[in-house]
Write a new protein. Structure first.
Length: 385
């Protein structure tokens, strides 16, 4: 196992109707800005629920953070924070609102040009406003990690930053919130969480026995509950498990002490920035092709994945690897998510554009061995055609 430091200060408040605990989670004299997305939080009654709890407090509201949050929008919130002496943020939404809030929290106290937070991947963030979250969409794990992905509309840049200063102080995880999600977002959540586990698990053996077993447990749980959350049946247990699995998939625990890949995400981000394909849907296209192209360097872990996650024990090594990749694709398809670029009417021209953007963003040596060059990324995209 590799050396590591694990730090995660986010308090998780899990359970049905846990929004009422906001009363004690936020200091009574805080000057709060509640940040949310489009219409969903209003329509579902979540905003009302929060207003009922925090009604007697100073709460300014900022709505309109879009999916794949835009820098331009977030900077408007930063201005309002400064002019209203806001000292606490409350994110109400999915990954986009929480990521947006992380950026706002850092930018509000940043002295330089705020876009540099992204350019420097958070390295020079020295402080941020404190904030908490009410999660409404289990998918990204943003509710318990210190990363955020922000898009700049004018230049089609989708960049990430990390900073220990932007861990949420707390996150409220109420599984009932998932019942208003459309099927597409539920499926996205399952596939995003699945891929987060794969980025940290499917590399090469590093003696992280417990990290491997935890990762395999998360994958198997997603395979078990994925179809259940898509069915119209009320299934509180599946909803609760989805919410907790998605959080555990990217809160740092399974990735501590083991190598990590993340090339699928980096290629996927370019597809979202260029073609506005949902984040998880880009992953479903890139991941199977990525595993297939890099099957040699990932062989040991692919065979372990085949056996322990999909119970594939028969056939030659190549046949077992093929079968595991096919099962992965079949799972994504069963969730209603296509796995080829052609399903989005994208062909060779799109590959040229994605590769050019990867180059522009310095994504030229990705993966656990830093050997995913632009040529390999191109091969992966061609495999995904
Ligand atoms: O905008 P509103 O009207 O609120 O609707 C949202 C949005 O349209 C809707 N929604 C959210 N909760 C709902 C609901 N609709 C009904 N009922 C509810 N309870 O869902 C739509 C999608 O929301 P969004 O927040 O964009 O989805 P998601 O949570 O998948 O977040 C995606 C973003 O997170 C980034 C992605 O790149 C993307 O920008 N990621 C962040 C990561 C992180 N911070 O660690 C890691 C991930 O890999 C990912 O890159
Ligand atoms: Zn993701």
């Amino acid at each position: 196992m590799q050396n590591f430091t694990f730090y995660n200060p986010t308090k998780i408040v899990f359970g049905q109707n846990s929004v009422e605990q906001l009363e004690t989670l936020i200091a009574s004299d805080a000057r709060i800005m509640m940040i949310y997305g489009g219409q969903s939080a209003e329509k579902t009654g979540t905003l009302k629920e929060i207003r009922d709890v925090l009604g007697h407090r100073i709460v300014k509201e900022f709505g309109g953070v879009e999916p794949n949050p835009r820098y331009e929008t977030l900077m408007r919130a930063v201005e309002l924070i400064k002019s209203n002496d806001i000292d606490y943020l409350l994110a109400v939404g999915g990954g986009s609102v929480i990521d947006g809030t992380k950026f706002i929290a850092a930018a509000a106290l940043y002295t330089g040009e705020p876009w540099n937070i992204l350019k420097n991947q958070g390295a020079d963030v020295e402080q941020a406003l404190a904030f908490g979250c009410v999660l409404t969409l289990p998918a990204t794990g943003s509710e318990m990690n210190a990363g955020a992905v922000i898009t700049r509309g004018e230049t089609q840049d989708k960049l990430f930053f990390n900073s220990t200063h932007v861990f949420p102080q707390f996150s409220i995880l109420d599984p009932l919130k998932t019942y208003t999600l459309p099927e597409r977002q539920l499926a996205n959540g399952v596939v995003d969480a699945f891929t987060h586990v794969m980025e940290q698990y499917l590399t090469y053996p590093a003696g992280g026995y417990i990290q491997d077993r935890m990762a395999e447990g998360l994958l198997q749980t997603l395979i078990e509950i994925g179809p259940r959350v898509l069915s119209a049946e009320k299934d509180d247990e599946a909803r609760a498990n989805l919410m907790w699995v998605a959080t555990l998939a990217l809160n740092g625990l399974i990735g501590a002490g083991v190598p990590q890949d993340w090339s699928t995400h980096m290629i996927g981000h370019e597809l979202t920035a260029l073609y506005e394909i949902d984040h998880a849907r880009t992953l479903a296209v890139v991941l199977p092709a990525n595993l297939s192209v890099r099957r040699e360097s990932k062989a040991a872990k692919l065979l372990q994945y085949a056996e322990r996650v999909w119970q594939i024990r028969e056939g030659s090594e190549q046949a077992r690897i093929d079968a595991a990749i096919e099962q992965t694709k079949a799972f994504f398809k069963a969730m209603g998510i296509p796995t080829q670029l052609g399903d989005y009417d994208l062909g060779h021209e799109a590959i040229d554009k994605v590769v050019a953007q990867l180059e522009h963003h310095g994504m030229t040596a990705l993966g656990e061995h830093s050997d995913v060059t632009l040529a390999i990324s191109r091969q992966i995209l061609e495999k995904a055609l």
